[in-house]
Design a protein around this ligand. Structure first.
Ligand code: ARG
Length: 458
């Protein structure tokens, strides 16, 4: 047991208590951020005349030495220490002696851990952002290549109207673009430095909090020392944003699973992203998509868990808040992993264009267009809807798509139909006539693609 306190205690901590309380097994993850924060802290202390230049130099050299030794494996972060803060401080004192004991001047672990977690999270927000950018790049490529790849659009998982693959991918583009905007927004709101808040009430040393904030790339210091040590809003915002990313990935996974099924065969997942069955030799399973869908629950769970942990905590710091770390780390790892794998699967997936177009043809997806044809010939929409309903019923009974009706068959149901009905309800016309902003028509789609490209690369 190596801990930073003990002066007022007469008994050793019970081993089980020590283990229960310790956080080193998971907070060792931010050793680099802890050292970065300490270097900024002592730089500020020296500028304020609280430490000498010599002490500052010794401490910074010692901290850099610890970082290097951890990185090259010479120094192992072991469970002997209560937390990462104790590990760094104890090792510093071992290395440089008395000067090391001055590192913690004007600081508490409460503001220190608040800083470390922010620095760590801030780096991860940037990584999440770049993973989101990657999936957007794959989606944009698919959009550009598929403005004329026809497929059925669904509502209630029933074929509804024809769309294009570009249009379908474009829907996901919008979702992940909003996810990126959320990352940007979280970054902006969280980017204030809590260091200098002390345990809860600031310190009596003349700290220059603005300077520390600047050294660490923050937009400024936080403005209330009690809030600084007990605010976990930014983690809740991040968990919420990651839950939304996972929800998007999960919906997309569900579609891939359906599209990959024998019944649909809209896509084929690359061998590298599929798995087999131990008993059924014919199987090629979409396990990656299923796992992404499954892991969504973990990330939602982390959000609910932290919200619940935080709800009854009086100001300011309480140990409950240590629970934030494992939850957030796991949720970040999960979301990053899922984003990376899903992107790889999407990039290598083959779309079966012929099959998708065929499917769009055989589901009366042009029924709305047949009704619109009658409306264009002067019939009220409600009457047209009824007549096309009769066409569909006839088609189901005779196993015929509308495109395959003879002119006599059309005329038998309504004399308004003329030869040009075939062109009016062809797949191409059905899609190409839809050119309002955001619709699947080629002209509309190309305008959107140009805007998305500008957003992504400029
Ligand atoms: N391990 C603690 C945490 O993660 C660090 C802060 C400890 N502060 C304290 N007063 N015990 O929250």
């Amino acid at each position: 047991m190596a801990q930073l306190w003990g002066g007022r205690f007469t008994k050793e901590t019970d081993q089980l208590v020590y283990n229960f309380n310790a956080s080193i097994s998971f907070d060792k993850r931010f050793y680099e951020q802890d050292i970065r924060g300490s270097i900024a802290h002592v730089t500020m202390l020296a500028k304020q005349g609280i430490l000498t230049e010599e002490e500052k130099k010794q401490i910074i050299d010692g901290l850099n030495g610890i970082r290097e030794d951890v990185e090259n494996g010479k120094l192992e972060i072991t469970d002997k220490y209560e937390d990462i803060h104790s590990f760094v401080e104890a090792n510093l004192i071992d290395r440089i002696g008395d000067a090391g004991k001055k590192l913690h001047t004007g600081r508490s672990r409460n503001d220190q851990v608040a800083l470390d977690m922010r620095l760590y999270t801030r780096d991860e927000v940037l990584e999440l952002d770049s993973l989101l950018k990657e999936i957007l790049e794959v989606l944009l490529k698919l959009m550009k290549e598929n403005v004329e790849t026809y497929m059925p659009g669904f509502t209630h998982l029933q074929k509804a109207q024809p769309i294009t693959l570009a249009h379908h991918m474009g829907a996901y583009f919008e979702m992940f673009r909003r996810d990126r905007l959320r990352m940007k927004d979280i970054y902006k709101r969280m980017n204030y430095c809590p260091l200098g808040a002390g345990a809860l009430a600031g310190t009596t040393y003349p700290l220059d909090r603005e300077y520390t904030a600047e050294l660490l790339g923050f937009d400024g210091p936080t403005l209330n020392s009690m809030d600084s040590v007990s605010d976990r809003d930014y983690l809740i915002e991040l968990l919420s944003a990651m839950s939304t990313i996972m929800m998007h990935l999960s919906r997309f996974s569900e579609e891939v699973i359906i599209w990959n099924s024998n019944e649909y065969q809209f896509v084929e997942i690359d061998d590298a992203y599929s798995t087999g069955s131990s008993i059924m030799p014919q199987k090629k399973n979409p396990d990656i998509a299923e796992l992404v869908r499954g892991k969504t629950g973990r990330v939602y769970g982390a959000l609910m868990s932290l919200l619940t942990t935080m709800k009854g905590i009086p100001l300011a710091y309480n140990k409950d808040m240590q629970e934030d770390k494992e939850l957030v780390f796991d949720a970040i790892d999960t979301t990053k992993g899922c984003l990376a794998l899903f992107t790889g699967m999407l990039r290598t997936m083959k779309f079966n264009d012929a099959r998708m177009e065929e499917s769009a043809k055989h589901g009366f997806t042009n029924a709305t267009d047949a009704a619109d044809y009658l409306v264009n010939h002067g019939m009220p929409f409600r009457d047209a809807h009824g007549i096309v309903g009769q066409l569909v019923l006839y088609g189901i009974e005779h196993k015929k798509a509308l495109d395959d009706f003879t002119m006599e068959e059309f005329k038998a149901i309504s004399p308004v139909f003329e030869e040009d009905i075939y062109d009016a309800i062809s797949m191409k016309t059905c899609v190409e006539m839809r050119n309002t902003i955001g619709a699947p028509g080629k002209a509309a789609m190309e305008k959107v693609i140009a805007l998305e490209e500008e957003y992504l690369y400029l």
